[in-house]
Design a protein around this ligand. Structure first.
Ligand SMILES: O=C(O)CCC(=O)C(=O)O
Ligand SMILES: [Fe+2]
Length: 214
C-alpha cells in the first residue's frame, strides 16, 4: 500500500461499536424520488475495524474487458452472499441495526455484503448505478459503511441523452461514516469514488444490499 493508514483524530476506541441511528441519521431528498441518509461516525473504533478487515477479508483483484483490452479493476474486492458469515462481529451488529431501523421502509432485510478496498488514490470506482437485479426497476436501498481514510463519494442524476444537468453532490466518507442511498437513487442517480492525486491512506467500504440487488 502506498500510504499508511492514518488513524482518525476522533476515533480512539479499540473495540468497534455500532452507535445508534435513530435521532441522529439525516435524510436529504434528491431529485426524481431519490434520497440519501447520512450518519457520520456510525461505527466507533472504526480504525480498529479497518485493520481487522484488512487482514481477515480474502481480498482479491478482478479483471474486466474494456473494449479490446482486459484491464485490472482499480480496487480489491470481496463479496459475502447471503449464506456467508460476515468476517467480523461488528458487521453482524451493523447489519442487525440497519435491519431494525429500515425494516418497515425497506420491507425486507439487508442480505449481502460487498466489500471494496481502495489501496490509495489510484483506486476508484467509475460512475455507475447499482442496477444489477431488482434495483434496475424497483426502489430499494444500499447502505455503505466507510472505514479508514475518507474518500469523496460523488452523486449525480443519471445523464439523459449524455447531458449532465447539474454538478455532482459530494460526500467525504471514512472512519465509520454511514451513507444509505434509497428511493429511486440506485437507478435514477449514479455514484462514483473518483481517483485523487492527494496522498490518501486506504479506505474500505462495506455495502449492505437486499437479496437480488447488486
Ligand atoms: O466504495 C463505495 O463507497 C462505493 C462502492 C460502490 O459504489 C459499489 O460497490 O457499487
Ligand atoms: Fe455502487
Amino acid at each position: 500500500m502506498a500510504a499508511p493508514s492514518q488513524a482518525s483524530l476522533f476515533d480512539f476506541d479499540d473495540v468497534p461499536t455500532v452507535r445508534p441511528l435513530a435521532g441522529v441519521i439525516r435524510r436529504t431528498e434528491l431529485a426524481g424520488g431519490a434520497w440519501v441518509d447520512i450518519r457520520p461516525g456510525w461505527v466507533g473504533g472504526s480504525d480498529a475495524l479497518f485493520e481487522e478487515l484488512a487482514l481477515a477479508v480474502p481480498w482479491h483483484g478482478e479483471r474486466r474487458q474494456m473494449y479490446d483490452r482486459e484491464v485490472a479493476v482499480p480496487r480489491l474486492l470481496c463479496f459475502y452472499d447471503e449464506s456467508a458469515s460476515l468476517p467480523n462481529p461488528a458487521l453482524v451488529a451493523a447489519k442487525a441495526m440497519l435491519d431494525d431501523y429500515y425494516r418497515e421502509e425497506l420491507g425486507e432485510p439487508f442480505s449481502t455484503a460487498g466489500m471494496c478496498l481502495y489501496r490509495d488514490g489510484n483506486d476508484s470506482v467509475a460512475w455507475h448505478g447499482d442496477t444489477i437485479g431488482r434495483s434496475k426497476t424497483e426502489d430499494t436501498m444500499v447502505a455503505i459503511l466507510s472505514l479508514g481514510a475518507p474518500r469523496s463519494l460523488l452523486l449525480r442524476q443519471r445523464p439523459i441523452d449524455g447531458t449532465i444537468t447539474a454538478p455532482p453532490v459530494k460526500y467525504g466518507l471514512g472512519h465509520g461514516d454511514l451513507i444509505v442511498m434509497g428511493g429511486s437513487c440506485l437507478r435514477t442517480w449514479e455514484h462514483a469514488i473518483p481517483k485523487t492525486s492527494r496522498p490518501v491512506g486506504p479506505r474500505i467500504s462495506v455495502q449492505f444490499r437486499p437479496r437480488g440487488v447488486r
